[in-house]
Design a binder for this molecule. Structure first.
Ligand SMILES: Cc1cc2nc3c(=O)[nH]c(=O)nc-3n(C[C@H](O)[C@H](O)[C@H](O)COP(=O)(O)OP(=O)(O)OC[C@H]3O[C@@H](n4cnc5c(N)ncnc54)[C@H](O)[C@@H]3O)c2cc1C
Length: 409
């Protein structure tokens, strides 16, 4: 019997463990999880609903080593993943933009199904057990100086959301084993901005968002922006945070068209008509016709327009300036919110040192790494969990193929 040690009881660890234990009886499979319970992070995913994959997924939704990720993602696709959960008794539903959730709408269902399946297949789960040291010996491994293993999978995640058990432990283990670690940076997190109007806290507005690096467009996306006391958040902002985080020495700014899809001349024409017909209105009331009150007032202030000014005093030039500001509100980015607030890690173990079909290390035989521990990160929308399932599955299948004498489907 080969002893398989899986470090980390998260998404990729469970995918690998179930794949191995289901397909062959030639292994003892043990998950070592540092927290009291496995899959704690899964409960927080998708705002407690677990966006477990995305049926519109393509390699373009990934960053880091996208080409490396493409192989495992193609071999265990979102559709196969949905079928895998179905076999275990979990039905899923697809929502806007291809996002897939459990039909129950509860992340806890995904966790329970995975735990039940692991138990059914005979996977041992050893909790409260952080692995902090891995030594190689006689073609095998010794964990924490006392646990022998023939095959080791590092599925211990990244550095994002340390309260869910992921504090970069995977990188420390892989680094000590001689692997290169591409500097980890927080991704899918909020942006901190300079001189940000505090009055905007709590405002939500659908905007066309453009990230600029040294004045040049890096990324553009439309979605609901959340304004906070420190800067910007919401899905479109989180999507672009990895670019800022991975190039901390560059100067970034974000341009917001707060009137998504409209141009400054469109807005100016509309405002001019309103002003002509309602000269007694205040600037604040005029702005309220197109924007949330706090946002309108902040933009008026930036244009030097007092909110109690009568519309009659707003010249064509001043209206044009306000229209410009509303469609191209530009803020300077000072940084990203740290790992405590991030959903995923950009960076990690250099994929070039691993086999893209098997997730096996090219440096140390019988060592594997999966999920966020590797230099692959996806956008918001189920992409990161799919990477965890696909890479865990790839490692599991390859282990069964390489070491098993007797395989069961
Ligand atoms: C709030 C939040 C919401 C998210 N929502 C989504 C979403 O809806 N859809 C999506 O696709 N992605 C989402 N993600 C990202 C996704 O959860 C992760 O990318 C994914 O879980 C990574 O899988 P993994 O197996 O690599 O690691 P993880 O699932 O992070 O699991 C790693 C496990 O290893 C354990 N561990 C760490 N170090 C050690 C050690 N030394 N010894 C033993 N155990 C160790 C940890 O405790 C943890 O249980 C979200 C993340 C967060 C934080």
């Amino acid at each position: 019997m080969k002893r398989v040690a899986i470090i980390g009881g998260g998404a990729s660890g469970f995918a690998a463990a179930i794949t191995i234990a289901r397909k062959s009886k030639d292994f003892t499979v043990t998950i070592y999880e540092k927290l009291q319970k496995p899959l704690k992070k899964l409960l927080a995913t998708g705002n407690g609903r677990c966006n477990l994959t995305n049926i519109e997924l393509s390699p373009a939704d990934y960053f880091g080593d996208r080409a490396f990720a493409a192989t495992a993602l193609a071999r265990f696709s979102p559709q196969e993943n949905i079928a895998f959960f179905r076999e275990m008794g979990l039905l899923c539903k697809t929502e806007a933009m291809g996002r897939v959730y459990p039909l129950s709408g509860q992340a806890s269902a995904v966790r329970e199904i995975l735990c039940a399946e692991a138990q059914k297949c005979g996977v041992q789960i050893c909790t409260d057990c952080a692995i902090t040291n891995i030594q190689t010996q006689n073609g095998g491994f010794l964990l924490n100086g006392e646990i022998p293993a023939d095959i080791v999978l590092i599925c211990a995640g990244g550095s994002a959301a340390p309260k869910h058990g992921t504090d970069g432990g995977a990188y420390r283990l892989l680094d000590a084993l001689g692997h290169t670690i591409i500097p980890p940076a927080p991704a899918l997190t909020a942006l901190e901005c300079a001189d940000f109007p505090k009055s905007l806290k709590g405002v939500r507005q659908v905007c066309d968002v453009t990230l600029l690096k040294n004045g040049k467009t890096v990324y553009a996306i439309t979605g609901e922006v959340q304004f906070t006391e420190y800067g910007l958040s919401g899905i479109p902002i989180m999507q672009l945070s990895r670019f800022v985080a991975t190039e901390p020495n560059e100067k970034f700014s974000v341009k917001l068209n707060c009137l998504s899809g409209m141009t400054a001349p469109d807005v100016a024409a509309f405002l001019q008509t309103t002003v002509t017909e309602n000269p007694q209105k205040t600037a604040e009331t005029l702005a309220q016709g197109i924007l949330p009150q706090a946002l309108g007032n902040a933009l008026l202030l930036r244009c030097g327009i007092r909110k109690d000014e009568p519309c009659a005093s707003l010249t064509k030039h001043r209206l044009a300036r306000f229209s410009e500001e509303s469609t191209a509100f530009t803020v300077y980015v000072t940084g990203v919110r740290d790992f405590d607030f991030a959903q995923v890690t950009a960076g990690g173990a250099d994929c070039r040192e691993f086999d893209d079909e098997t997730m096996q290390s090219k440096r140390i035989k019988n060592l594997y790494a999966c999920g966020e521990a590797l230099n692959v990160d996806g956008g918001c929308g189920g992409y990161n969990l799919q990477w965890a399932w696909s890479s865990g599955r790839a490692a599991g299948e390859s282990i069964v193929k390489e070491f098993s004498s007797d395989t069961h489907s």
